[in-house]
Design a protein around this ligand. Structure first.
Ligand code: ZN
Ligand code: ZN
Length: 293
């Protein structure tokens, strides 16, 4: 039976070869638990419109210094234990970062923009993309905390109602076996329809298959769609994991991904819908000193 990975330390013990990347994930988790990003959550009443996620149509105003510091911290951590391409990122990025552009690219899964900026800086595109994909995660967790009550029970899209990402996996919970989809980016959860493909909406049971990894008594299955040839991991759990644990669960169940890929299926990356969002730098707050004229 594969134990549930609920901490970076437990996953590091099981997969010591992942230690360099887990150090990066650990830092992102710490940042996601702070209140630092809550001021960037777009204000005003959020209401769902049709199939548009809550971030759609918003302007996000980020603390430029906080975002830059976080990205450079991730670069430093990744450089310590990672590849030569990661180590080469720091000097390449030393000349300046278009942080608002990178942050927007992170929100929108926009790999083309990251590749263009990487080429201009002489950095490796894949290495930069790996870190930029995490840049918006603490902010997304702040959005998910603030907007959880605004997500309607009736949201039945396959993608996240907060950030439009495709699910990291589904959870079959408790003895009633309710089915929830989980977002690996913002950690949120939403109802997933049983016997319907999350990606293409196919509900012909003749074209849906359950693949079981069948190794080590895994506590999960893979549900695959023969129509769009894509799959979702389904984890059986008594309770859903905490938002910050979704990323770890996704990594810990890689055996299910391998089984699905070996069976000829793929998992979509990125967003289920283009996220119409703008990112601007928030104006700096001037320090006011008392006692001065
Ligand atoms: Zn999300
Ligand atoms: Zn499908």
């Amino acid at each position: 039976m594969i134990p549930v990975a609920r901490s970076v330390d437990s996953l590091r013990k099981r997969r010591p070869e992942w230690s360099p990347w887990l150090a990066v994930v650990d830092e992102v988790q710490r940042e996601a638990m702070t209140a630092r990003w809550e001021t960037a959550v777009p204000s005003g009443r959020r209401e769902m419109e049709a199939a548009a996620p809550l971030l759609s149509g918003t302007i996000v105003r980020i603390d430029e210094d906080a975002a830059r510091r976080m990205l450079l911290r991730l670069v430093d951590i990744a450089s310590r234990g990672g590849t030569a391409k990661m180590a080469a990122l720091r000097p390449a990025l030393g000349g300046g970062l278009e942080i608002a552009v990178l942050f927007r690219a992170s929100l929108r899964h926009d790999t083309d923009t990251v590749a263009t900026l990487a080429a201009a800086a002489g950095a490796d595109a894949d290495a930069l993309q790996a870190l930029v994909s995490l840049l918006a995660v603490p902010f997304l967790h702040a959005c998910a905390r603030a907007w959880r009550p605004a997500v309607p029970m009736a949201w039945m899209q396959g993608y996240c109602p907060i950030c439009a990402s495709w699910p990291a996996f589904a959870e079959m919970r408790g003895i009633e076996r309710s089915r929830m989809l989980r977002c690996g980016r913002c950690g949120s959860e939403w109802h997933g329809a049983i016997l319907r493909c999350a990606y293409c909406g196919n509900h012909d049971h003749n074209e849906l298959a359950t693949l079981v990894a069948g190794q080590n008594g895994s506590t999960g299955d893979v549900e695959a769609c023969r129509r769009c040839r894509q799959y979702v991991k389904v984890l059986t759990r008594l309770q859903g994991c905490a938002p910050r644990e979704v990323m770890l669960e996704e990594m810990a169940t890689v055996d299910l991904d391998i089984a699905a890929i070996q069976s000829g299926y793929t998992r979509p990356v990125g967003a289920g819908r283009d996220l119409d969002v703008d990112v601007q730098v928030a104006p700096r707050v001037r320090r006011l000193f008392t006692g001065q004229a």
